[in-house]
Ligand binder design. Structure first.
Ligand code: XLS
Ligand code: CA
Ligand code: CA
Length: 449
């Protein structure tokens, strides 16, 4: 469908039209060099594979403040002084941005889009009002909602946690907020609903009953799932792991921790994982590691695409430009069979020093091109039998005979000892890591030519 570029009488990003694919030779900073939405790779278009989303919070509310200073960006949609008007203007600016960037999806927290209020009923009304407007904008532009979520970490009432708060009153308040955020997500046709446990953890073990808090978190997710299903939400619930920050320790530490938790509480299936690159590295893993753990359990739901900084130990949420990360990440996505309801959400923010409105476009274009290149290279590697044969050869002893018997559980320790005695010292088999790394580099060079 033809997408209207902006709504109403105010154009926020004037001078910028729809971003086009111009190919690898282009030097236009406001053009895609690799992301060609309709190009087919491995049987699907790039748009279908990558399912890009722009996040509302960093992009339209993040003015660049840090612990040492105030914001550096002046947003023209935040100048009216009236809360409801500012929420409306921000929505128009956001939909203009989405449409000009030509992404199919967006993501939001309740507090990003609604006019603020500490009064529960008033906040619910504000949210419902802006959701109605957003639904209309979606109809006009063809935009879709990848996921919604509730911000259960920003308000002072959540300083000791939301679903894991020691005080029942706060848990109930958090539940009310999740209820209306699920309502909003369903009204916008959201394909997923996310739980990121920003303050679900502890600052000190001395004052914390971790046993109770973890049980409460499971109960809370169960009741949220039940409510969502009861109002017809057919999408996927996602839990987003992160090891720390803001808390010293967060219960959703990493992929494997969350998988164990979901399975223990009978939530796997309704719930999958939303893996954020920068959170995986904070946990001491690689982005691809957390994706792999989720994929192995059929729980890879969606991705928050960003990156950290190798020298900084915090959540810098930079735009994902590291080609190796994108290649390794897309290898996991392709081997998982691609996204179902998930996608690649740019949970990424401009540096505080990047203050031009066009920087928002430049940053997203870079991230989209990086993942498009990652997709091209990943598909090229996975189609190369030199690469895939090395892995199957490495595990070939399990394909038949005694290896297969072991996998099926029919060999015990005594039988294994007999085999070891019979066969003597196992031969050394090289892991071929450097060869595989070289093949990856060769594909980066050749597939992007
Ligand atoms: C913060 C998280 C957050 C979630 C959504 O570190 O990444 O933005 O994605 O609440
Ligand atoms: Ca995130
Ligand atoms: Ca982050």
């Amino acid at each position: 469908m033809t997408r209207q570029l902006f709504i109403g009488d105010r154009e926020y990003f004037s001078g910028i039209g729809r971003i086009q694919y111009e190919g690898s030779q282009s030097t236009n900073p406001l053009a895609f060099k690799a992301y060609d939405a309709s190009r087919v790779i491995a049987g699907k278009t790039m748009e279908e594979h990558l399912r890009f989303a722009v996040c509302y919070w960093h992009t339209f509310t993040g003015v660049g403040l840090d612990p040492f200073g105030v914001g550096t960006r002046d947003f023209p949609w935040a100048d009216s002084g009236d809360d409801q008007q500012m929420a409306n203007d921000k929505l128009d600016a956001a939909f203009e941005f989405f449409t000009k960037l030509d992404v199919p999806y967006w993501t939001f927290h309740d507090v990003d889009i609604a006019a603020p209020s500490d009064d529960l009923a008033e906040f619910e009304a504000n949210l419902a009002r802006i959701v109605e407007r957003a639904a209309e904008r979606q109809r006009l532009t063809g935009m879709k909602c990848l996921w919604g979520t509730a911000n259960l970490f920003g308000h002072p009432r959540y300083m000791n946690g939301a679903s894991t708060n020691p005080d029942f009153a706060v848990v109930a308040r958090a539940a009310a907020q999740v209820k209306s955020a699920i309502d909003a997500t369903v009204a916008l046709g959201g394909e997923n609903y996310v739980f990121w446990g920003g303050r679900e953890g502890y600052a000190s073990l001395l004052n914390t009953r971790t046993d109770k808090e973890l049980e409460h978190m499971a109960m809370f997710l169960t009741k949220a799932r039940d409510y969502g299903r009861s109002i017809g939400f057919e999408g996927t619930f996602l839990v987003e792991p992160k090891p720390m920050e803001p808390m010293k320790h967060q219960y959703d530490f990493d992929s494997q921790t969350v998988i164990g938790f979901l399975e223990r509480h009978g939530l796997a299936g309704d719930f999958k994982l939303n893996i954020e690159a920068n959170h995986a590295t904070l946990a001491g893993h690689t982005f691809a590691h957390d994706l792999r753990m989720a994929r192995d359990s059929n729980l890879l739901g969606s991705i928050d695409a960003n990156r950290g900084d190798a020298q900084n130990g915090w959540d810098t949420d930079q735009f994902p430009l590291d080609l190796y990360d994108c290649v390794h990440g897309m290898m996991e996505v392709l081997q998982a069979g691609g996204f179902a309801s998930g996608g690649l959400n740019f949970d990424a923010k401009l540096r505080r020093e990047s203050t031009d409105l066009e920087d928002m476009f430049i940053a997203h274009i870079g991230g989209m091109d990086a993942f498009a290149r990652g997709l091209i290279v990943a598909d090229s590697i996975l189609s190369d039998s030199r690469f895939t044969d090395l892995v199957s050869e490495r595990y070939s002893s399990w394909e038949s005979g005694e290896g297969a018997q072991f996998e099926s559980g029919s060999l015990g320790l005594e039988a294994l000892r007999e085999i070891a005695l019979r066969d003597g010292e196992p031969a050394k088999r090289s892991g071929k890591q450097e060869l595989m790394e070289n093949i990856v580099n060769d594909h980066i060079a050749s597939a992007l030519r």
